[in-house]
Design a protein around this ligand. Structure first.
Ligand SMILES: [Zn+2]
Ligand SMILES: [Zn+2]
Length: 166
């Protein structure tokens, strides 16, 4: 996959069980698939050499970069503050739910958590400001339920196969 910011090839790295794409030879940005960032946004989460290295990436000022396109869906991503951080602007794709973090932002997110109350206020602000947000989140939820249902269903098929031989 090509980096959405600098177009260099990204490399898959394992941050302690969570696979992410890292722009190692370019801007040091990190791509997270849907739900993956939430697994690493708190200080005690994740482990390993690759994660340690990524946390040492220097913080860059991405303010002037402007909007980028999702490397998976090729639609414009939304820039907003990360749901749990007071200080970090992330790029989020409402098509696939992926996140792009510029160099140093993962570390900043892990360092600057919002309180419950701040988080709720901020979530409401995003919903008010970006009309598509709520719809997109609903779609993602539906996707998740569909995936969940498919998983259960296949399990069921397999089970009946073992039980009845069909
Ligand atoms: Zn890059
Ligand atoms: Zn996308």
């Amino acid at each position: 996959m090509k980096c959405p910011a600098c177009k260099k090839e990204m490399f898959v790295e394992n941050f302690g069980g969570v696979k992410v794409d890292v722009c190692k030879n370019g801007c040091k940005g990190i791509w997270f698939d849907w739900c993956e960032l939430a697994k690493l946004d708190e200080k005690q989460e994740g482990f390993g050499k690759a994660l340690k290295e990524a946390l040492d990436f220097p913080r860059v000022n991405d303010e002037k970069r402007g909007q980028i396109n999702c490397p998976k869906c090729n639609i414009p991503m939304y820039i907003h503050k990360y749901q749990s951080s007071k200080e970090v602007n992330v790029d989020e794709c409402y098509g696939c739910g992926g996140f792009f973090l510029d160099s140093g932002e993962l570390n900043a997110i892990r360092d600057s958590f919002m309180s419950e109350e701040e988080r709720e206020k901020y979530a409401q602000k995003i919903i008010d400001e970006i009309p598509e947000f709520e719809e997109a989140q609903k779609d993602l939820e539906k996707e998740k339920m569909r995936a969940e249902a498919a998983r259960k269903y296949t399990k069921f098929i397999r089970l009946s196969y073992y039980l009845t031989g069909k």
